[in-house]
Design a protein around this ligand. Sequence first.
Ligand code: ZN
Ligand code: ZN
Length: 234
Amino acid sequence: MAQLLINYTMPHSTPGGGAGAVTLSGVNERTVGRAALGPFRARCEAESFEVLEHSGSVGDKICMIEKAIRWAQAEGRPWVSVSLHFNQTPLIDCTGCRGKHHASAPCPHCGTPSPVRWVFGHTAFVWRSSEASQVLAGCVLNELEEIIPRSTRKKLIKVPDPTRPRDAWPNNVAWPRGVFRPAILVELGFACDKQFSDWIDDPAHQADYGRAAAEGVCEFYRQWRRTPLTDWHK
Ligand SMILES: [Zn+2]
Ligand SMILES: [Zn+2]
């Protein structure tokens, strides 16, 4: 099979557009995505895969990925799209001070404990109709479980999701066009989970994130290398 092309989509890369979820000590998703790229790329290139980095505004990223895919198609090459993130629980109203805080975390303003409990864990967003995306996500999550301490694997989040508005994230941020598939958006853990937050703060663990995710891509390739490209991308 011709050389695999990997679209590495930087999380929340737009300057001024927010940097995504932030850990308890202030490390954001953009920082982690950048730290993970080097080891991700090194592992993929050791396999002779090609990694393209896509960053900038959502519109810029869509243009770049579409261009990369047209190029891969012209050369008869397979591709996958990967974006490495972590998550945050929704903001809720504090019952103590009427401020806002993240569900499951105590209120930072007044210390009132959260009335809402949240199941922390790791998962990935995938296209509902794309078998390849779901297999790819499984391979990546298997590898990530080797590195993250005591995390619960949650069900894959399949999009589009009829319970979410059509324009809701991640449908419009991650991979707005089905043509990008197989595509996964990994959510490694929750920023307000102290154990995860402390763990991902460590640059060595951010590097592990990239390396392990790349290992999952390699495993997916081993499983699907003899599958026709029409099945990869349907
Ligand atoms: Zn994110
Ligand atoms: Zn409060």
